[in-house]
Design a protein around this ligand. Structure first.
Ligand SMILES: N[C@@H](CCC(=O)N[C@@H](CS)C(=O)NCC(=O)O)C(=O)O
Length: 224
Protein backbone atom coordinates (compact mmCIF):
# COMPACT_ATOMS: atom_id res chain seq x y z
CA UNK A 1 0.00 0.00 0.00
CA UNK A 2 1.44 3.37 -1.03
CA UNK A 3 0.00 6.54 0.40
CA UNK A 4 -0.15 10.06 -1.00
CA UNK A 5 -1.76 12.65 1.23
CA UNK A 6 -3.08 15.60 -0.74
CA UNK A 7 -3.04 18.61 1.56
CA UNK A 8 -4.56 22.04 1.50
CA UNK A 9 -2.29 25.01 2.24
CA UNK A 10 -0.82 24.01 5.59
CA UNK A 11 -1.14 27.52 6.99
CA UNK A 12 -4.91 27.47 6.77
CA UNK A 13 -6.01 23.84 6.59
CA UNK A 14 -6.85 22.42 10.00
CA UNK A 15 -8.69 19.52 8.37
CA UNK A 16 -5.51 18.57 6.58
CA UNK A 17 -3.51 18.72 9.81
CA UNK A 18 -5.71 16.00 11.34
CA UNK A 19 -5.13 13.59 8.46
CA UNK A 20 -1.39 14.35 8.60
CA UNK A 21 -1.32 13.53 12.33
CA UNK A 22 -3.18 10.26 11.75
CA UNK A 23 -0.73 9.15 9.05
CA UNK A 24 2.23 10.06 11.23
CA UNK A 25 0.64 8.22 14.13
CA UNK A 26 0.25 4.96 12.23
CA UNK A 27 3.90 5.31 11.19
CA UNK A 28 3.15 4.88 7.49
CA UNK A 29 5.48 6.15 4.78
CA UNK A 30 3.62 8.67 2.66
CA UNK A 31 4.15 11.36 0.09
CA UNK A 32 2.67 14.76 0.95
CA UNK A 33 1.46 16.91 -1.93
CA UNK A 34 0.10 20.41 -1.31
CA UNK A 35 -2.65 21.63 -3.63
CA UNK A 36 -3.25 25.33 -2.96
CA UNK A 37 -6.92 25.99 -2.28
CA UNK A 38 -9.06 27.88 -4.82
CA UNK A 39 -6.50 27.76 -7.64
CA UNK A 40 -6.54 26.09 -11.07
CA UNK A 41 -4.50 23.32 -9.51
CA UNK A 42 -7.29 22.80 -7.00
CA UNK A 43 -9.85 22.57 -9.84
CA UNK A 44 -7.63 19.99 -11.55
CA UNK A 45 -7.37 18.03 -8.29
CA UNK A 46 -11.18 17.78 -8.23
CA UNK A 47 -11.28 16.47 -11.78
CA UNK A 48 -8.46 14.01 -11.27
CA UNK A 49 -9.58 12.60 -7.93
CA UNK A 50 -13.37 12.69 -8.38
CA UNK A 51 -15.46 12.18 -6.29
CA UNK A 52 -13.16 13.89 -3.75
CA UNK A 53 -13.82 17.63 -3.72
CA UNK A 54 -12.15 18.81 -0.54
CA UNK A 55 -8.79 18.45 1.14
CA UNK A 56 -7.39 16.41 2.77
CA UNK A 57 -7.67 13.50 0.37
CA UNK A 58 -5.71 10.30 0.79
CA UNK A 59 -4.74 8.26 -2.26
CA UNK A 60 -4.01 4.67 -1.25
CA UNK A 61 -2.51 2.69 -4.11
CA UNK A 62 -2.55 -1.09 -3.95
CA UNK A 63 -1.70 -3.51 -6.77
CA UNK A 64 -1.73 -0.62 -9.23
CA UNK A 65 -5.23 0.54 -8.19
CA UNK A 66 -5.68 4.04 -6.80
CA UNK A 67 -8.23 4.29 -4.01
CA UNK A 68 -9.40 7.79 -3.16
CA UNK A 69 -10.45 8.42 0.44
CA UNK A 70 -11.56 11.91 1.36
CA UNK A 71 -12.66 13.65 4.55
CA UNK A 72 -10.44 13.62 7.66
CA UNK A 73 -12.86 11.42 9.61
CA UNK A 74 -13.09 8.73 6.95
CA UNK A 75 -9.32 8.88 6.43
CA UNK A 76 -8.96 8.26 10.19
CA UNK A 77 -11.29 5.25 10.06
CA UNK A 78 -9.56 3.85 6.98
CA UNK A 79 -6.15 4.11 8.66
CA UNK A 80 -7.58 2.56 11.81
CA UNK A 81 -8.81 -0.43 9.75
CA UNK A 82 -5.52 -0.75 7.92
CA UNK A 83 -3.23 -0.22 10.91
CA UNK A 84 -5.02 -1.66 13.95
CA UNK A 85 -1.68 -2.04 15.74
CA UNK A 86 -1.42 1.78 15.90
CA UNK A 87 -4.55 1.90 18.11
CA UNK A 88 -5.85 5.20 16.82
CA UNK A 89 -8.90 4.94 19.09
CA UNK A 90 -9.01 4.07 22.82
CA UNK A 91 -9.29 0.32 23.45
CA UNK A 92 -12.18 0.31 25.91
CA UNK A 93 -15.46 0.31 23.90
CA UNK A 94 -17.10 3.03 26.00
CA UNK A 95 -14.02 5.23 25.85
CA UNK A 96 -13.85 4.57 22.10
CA UNK A 97 -17.49 5.57 21.66
CA UNK A 98 -16.87 8.73 23.69
CA UNK A 99 -13.80 9.56 21.59
CA UNK A 100 -15.82 9.08 18.41
CA UNK A 101 -18.61 11.31 19.78
CA UNK A 102 -16.13 14.08 20.56
CA UNK A 103 -14.59 13.80 17.09
CA UNK A 104 -18.00 13.70 15.40
CA UNK A 105 -19.15 16.90 17.10
CA UNK A 106 -15.81 18.55 16.45
CA UNK A 107 -16.23 17.50 12.84
CA UNK A 108 -19.74 18.80 12.28
CA UNK A 109 -20.32 21.49 14.89
CA UNK A 110 -18.60 24.55 16.36
CA UNK A 111 -19.62 26.75 13.46
CA UNK A 112 -19.00 30.04 15.23
CA UNK A 113 -15.51 29.00 16.32
CA UNK A 114 -14.73 27.72 12.84
CA UNK A 115 -16.00 30.85 11.03
CA UNK A 116 -14.73 33.49 13.41
CA UNK A 117 -11.39 31.95 14.32
CA UNK A 118 -10.08 30.42 11.08
CA UNK A 119 -6.87 28.41 11.33
CA UNK A 120 -3.81 30.49 10.58
CA UNK A 121 -0.50 28.89 11.53
CA UNK A 122 1.49 32.02 10.76
CA UNK A 123 -0.36 34.56 12.87
CA UNK A 124 -0.75 35.45 16.54
CA UNK A 125 -3.43 38.06 17.29
CA UNK A 126 -3.44 39.54 20.77
CA UNK A 127 -6.51 41.77 20.49
CA UNK A 128 -9.14 39.29 19.24
CA UNK A 129 -12.42 39.38 21.20
CA UNK A 130 -14.69 36.36 20.66
CA UNK A 131 -18.40 37.15 20.32
CA UNK A 132 -20.98 35.31 22.45
CA UNK A 133 -21.44 32.30 20.15
CA UNK A 134 -17.71 31.89 19.66
CA UNK A 135 -17.10 32.15 23.41
CA UNK A 136 -19.79 29.46 23.94
CA UNK A 137 -17.98 27.17 21.46
CA UNK A 138 -14.65 27.76 23.23
CA UNK A 139 -16.26 26.92 26.56
CA UNK A 140 -17.81 23.75 25.16
CA UNK A 141 -14.43 22.58 23.85
CA UNK A 142 -12.89 23.03 27.30
CA UNK A 143 -15.91 21.35 28.90
CA UNK A 144 -15.39 18.39 26.53
CA UNK A 145 -11.78 18.08 27.60
CA UNK A 146 -12.62 18.28 31.31
CA UNK A 147 -15.37 15.66 30.87
CA UNK A 148 -13.04 13.29 28.98
CA UNK A 149 -10.37 13.54 31.69
CA UNK A 150 -12.91 12.99 34.45
CA UNK A 151 -14.60 10.00 32.79
CA UNK A 152 -11.72 8.33 30.93
CA UNK A 153 -8.41 10.16 30.95
CA UNK A 154 -7.54 10.26 34.62
CA UNK A 155 -4.24 12.04 35.04
CA UNK A 156 -3.87 12.29 31.27
CA UNK A 157 -1.89 13.89 29.85
CA UNK A 158 -4.05 13.08 26.81
CA UNK A 159 -7.86 13.06 26.68
CA UNK A 160 -8.10 9.30 27.10
CA UNK A 161 -5.08 8.69 29.29
CA UNK A 162 -1.40 8.30 28.59
CA UNK A 163 -1.69 7.58 24.86
CA UNK A 164 -2.26 10.07 22.03
CA UNK A 165 -5.40 9.03 20.11
CA UNK A 166 -7.48 10.28 17.19
CA UNK A 167 -9.48 12.38 19.67
CA UNK A 168 -6.35 14.37 20.54
CA UNK A 169 -5.49 14.79 16.87
CA UNK A 170 -8.95 16.19 16.15
CA UNK A 171 -8.40 18.94 18.71
CA UNK A 172 -4.97 20.05 17.48
CA UNK A 173 -6.44 22.56 14.98
CA UNK A 174 -8.61 23.97 17.80
CA UNK A 175 -5.55 24.27 20.04
CA UNK A 176 -3.81 26.12 17.21
CA UNK A 177 -6.78 28.51 16.97
CA UNK A 178 -6.56 29.14 20.72
CA UNK A 179 -2.90 30.07 20.23
CA UNK A 180 -3.48 32.19 17.10
CA UNK A 181 -6.25 34.20 18.80
CA UNK A 182 -4.61 34.32 22.29
CA UNK A 183 -7.62 32.75 24.01
CA UNK A 184 -7.51 32.61 27.83
CA UNK A 185 -7.94 29.05 29.10
CA UNK A 186 -8.06 27.36 32.48
CA UNK A 187 -4.67 25.97 33.51
CA UNK A 188 -5.28 22.33 32.61
CA UNK A 189 -6.75 23.17 29.20
CA UNK A 190 -3.80 25.49 28.53
CA UNK A 191 -1.30 22.77 29.46
CA UNK A 192 -3.14 20.26 27.26
CA UNK A 193 -3.35 22.65 24.28
CA UNK A 194 0.39 23.33 24.61
CA UNK A 195 1.12 19.61 24.84
CA UNK A 196 -0.68 18.69 21.62
CA UNK A 197 0.86 21.67 19.84
CA UNK A 198 4.31 20.42 20.91
CA UNK A 199 3.62 16.96 19.48
CA UNK A 200 6.51 16.30 17.05
CA UNK A 201 4.15 15.67 14.10
CA UNK A 202 2.27 18.92 14.82
CA UNK A 203 5.55 20.85 15.00
CA UNK A 204 6.75 19.37 11.71
CA UNK A 205 3.51 20.50 10.03
CA UNK A 206 3.61 23.98 11.60
CA UNK A 207 7.29 24.40 10.62
CA UNK A 208 6.54 23.42 7.02
CA UNK A 209 3.65 25.94 6.98
CA UNK A 210 6.05 28.82 7.68
CA UNK A 211 7.61 28.56 4.22
CA UNK A 212 4.30 28.70 2.33
CA UNK A 213 3.53 32.01 0.65
CA UNK A 214 -0.08 31.71 -0.49
CA UNK A 215 -2.44 34.17 1.18
CA UNK A 216 -6.16 33.48 1.66
CA UNK A 217 -7.66 36.86 2.51
CA UNK A 218 -10.70 35.26 4.14
CA UNK A 219 -8.44 33.71 6.80
CA UNK A 220 -6.49 36.91 7.50
CA UNK A 221 -7.73 39.55 9.93
CA UNK A 222 -6.73 43.15 10.30
CA UNK A 223 -5.92 42.80 14.00
CA UNK A 224 -2.83 43.22 16.13
N1 LIG B 1 -15.21 17.60 6.60
C1 LIG B 1 -14.07 17.74 5.72
C2 LIG B 1 -13.82 19.20 5.50
C3 LIG B 1 -12.67 19.47 4.58
C4 LIG B 1 -12.57 20.92 4.17
O1 LIG B 1 -13.44 21.77 4.43
N2 LIG B 1 -11.46 21.21 3.49
C5 LIG B 1 -11.23 22.55 2.98
C6 LIG B 1 -9.76 22.89 3.11
S1 LIG B 1 -9.27 23.09 4.77
C7 LIG B 1 -11.54 22.58 1.51
O2 LIG B 1 -11.20 21.66 0.78
N3 LIG B 1 -12.15 23.68 1.08
C8 LIG B 1 -12.45 23.90 -0.29
C9 LIG B 1 -13.92 23.84 -0.57
O3 LIG B 1 -14.69 23.44 0.29
O4 LIG B 1 -14.28 24.21 -1.69
C10 LIG B 1 -12.88 16.97 6.30
O5 LIG B 1 -12.91 16.65 7.48
O6 LIG B 1 -11.93 16.64 5.60
Amino acid sequence: MQYTLILGNRVYSGWTLRAWLMLKHVGAEFEARVVPLYTNEFDRFREEYFPARQLPTLVATEDGTQNVIWDSLSITEFLNDRHPEARLWPEDPLARAAARSLCAEMHSGFNALRSNMPVNLKRCYTTFKPDGKTRADIERVCAFWTWAWREFGGEGPYLFGDRFTAADAFFVPVASRFRTYSIDLDSRSRAYADLILRHPATMEFVDAAQSENWVLEHNEFDLE
